[in-house]
Design a protein around this ligand. Structure first.
Ligand code: ATP
Ligand code: MG
Length: 439
């Protein structure tokens, strides 16, 4: 039996119910979190978005019809309760509600597919299969409140620094960086792909004279690997700025990270406590480790790595032991960075590319870009790509392209560093990995 709201309006979130409201009649709405029937008295805990309140029904004082309704409550049903606030020594918040009228707005079937009260631990797959229930738990919803703050602070930061938010297409005709990490789709009579990065469009926006842009959007990577830090759909925070070098945009990245840390610490203390995370502002400036130095550190710890190789997982772990917080890795070999990365003028085997790491986790990659058409075309060919598929991109370099730099910051990986989680699936509402496409 499901009732309608009729003319009932919620008067208070449970969080805002306190002793100031004693004797007032209020209406709360939420989920039946817990029921304890002691015979002479029934206790029910109602949960809403960010709190709980105890409903107390002593059988002698309460209308028998209401008592019957309460005794019929099922866990996780959605109910509305009209009642009087009353002082209580035993209730967790010092107040409880004595119900006068009740509506069961929707009943929850039993048994529940998973326990939302954390009493029974569920495997991650069970949790993700039943994500709408999993997300009812405080420790899980906290992750997303922190993420919301992170994205909010990011937008404020960019706005304060003169950046314009843009939206670039996610249906694209060809690969951003070449390679095979693309999801092909059918686009009418042609093949197209899901965008793996807004890179080429960000650069074209520099030719468009926007000078400072950012985008927060989905990127799609058809990577087969099944790790704790890769998903096939993830959110990237991307920026690009004209007349700036790699060092300038590293500075912006560092400032953004710190603003987010400060804001999360200030505004999400409750969520951090629930997650047991003692978040601290980061020490600035972040350490800068050159690729050469990183190779030396890694080799000195008995993990073999040749100059010119990308970091293996074992190599990242060694660096993470040495640098457990945020740090930059700079002066990467040109060979292992994308074609649009500016080579070092003095030694073109090295580049103006950098990564931002947090311990052993890469969270951002960026670089000063090539802004000269001919050099760019040369690099495309060098990487074994066909310049014809980059025609409309290359064109924008021929008619007034300023020098520019930028980076992409993985929002879900960044959120892992804020919430202390080691599985990226935890930080995404409905993650997409090698095996999971639903819900
Ligand atoms: P990795 O080497 O860890 O696979 P990448 O170097 O391929 O990452 P970039 O192309 O540099 O990734 O993308 C920029 C940022 O976007 C990364 O630093 C990371 O934070 C995030 N990112 C990239 N791919 C993924 C993914 N599959 N899942 C989650 N985040 C990702
Ligand atoms: Mg990278």
């Amino acid at each position: 039996m499901a009732s309608l709201l009729d003319n009932w309006k919620r008067t208070h979130f449970t969080k805002n119910i306190n002793t100031n409201l004693v004797d007032e009649e209020i209406i709360v709405m939420g989920w039946v979190h817990e029921i304890r029937d002691l015979g002479g008295i029934v206790f029910v805990v109602i949960r809403d978005r960010n709190g709980r309140i105890q409903i107390t029904a002593p059988s002698k004082k309460i209308d028998s019809k209401i008592l019957e309704q309460i005794r019929g409550f099922r866990k996780e049903s959605v109910v509305a309760i009209k009642g009087k606030v009353q002082n209580s020594d035993k209730a967790p918040k010092g107040v409880e509600i004595i119900p006068n009228e009740i509506k069961v707005l929707n009943e929850a079937n039993q048994p529940l597919p998973m326990d939302p009260t954390d009493k029974v631990k569920a495997e991650i797959d069970t949790r993700l299969d039943n994500r709408f229930i999993d997300l009812r738990r405080d420790n899980i919803s906290s992750i997303f409140k922190i993420k919301s703050q992170m994205l909010h602070s990011t937008r404020i930061f960019f706005e304060e620094n003169g950046f314009i938010e843009v939206n670039t297409p996610k249906l694209v005709a060809s690969a951003t960086e070449g390679g095979t990490e693309l999801f092909p789709i059918t686009y009418f009579e042609r093949e197209a792909f899901l965008g793996q990065s807004p890179q080429l469009y960000k650069q074209m926006m520099m030719a468009a004279g926007f000078e400072r842009i950012f985008e927060i959007a989905q990127i799609f990577r058809a990577e087969e690997h099944d790790t704790l830090r890769h998903l096939n759909e993830t959110i990237s925070i991307d920026m690009e700025s004209s007349f700036m070098t790699d060092l300038d945009v590293m500075d912006i990245l560092e400032k953004l990270i710190n603003k987010v840390l400060v804001d999360v610490i200030e505004n999400c203390q409750e969520e951090l406590n629930i997650l047991n995370v003692d978040l601290k502002p980061s020490q600035c400036p972040f350490p800068v480790v050159t690729y050469d130095k990183a190779v030396n550190i890694i080799n000195s710890k008995d993990v073999e790595m040749e100059w010119g190789e990308d970091l293996s997982r074992a190599a990242e772990k060694i660096l993470g032991e040495e640098y457990p917080n945020y740090y930059f890795l700079t002066e990467w070999p040109s060979e292992i960075k994308p074609f649009y990365v500016m080579p070092n003028e003095k030694d073109p085997t090295k580049s103006h590319a950098f990564d931002l790491m947090y311990g052993n986790l890469e969270i951002s990659s960026g670089a000063m870009r090539i802004h000269q058409h001919d050099l760019l075309k040369e690099k495309i060919v060098e990487k074994g790509l066909n310049p014809n598929s980059f025609e409309s991109y290359l064109k924008s370099f021929d008619y007034g392209m300023p020098p520019h730099s930028g980076w992409g910051l993985g929002a879900d990986r960044f959120n892992m560093t804020l919430t202390g989680l080691n599985n990226i699936r935890e930080t995404v509402l409905f993650p997409r990995d090698r095996k999971r496409l639903t819900p």
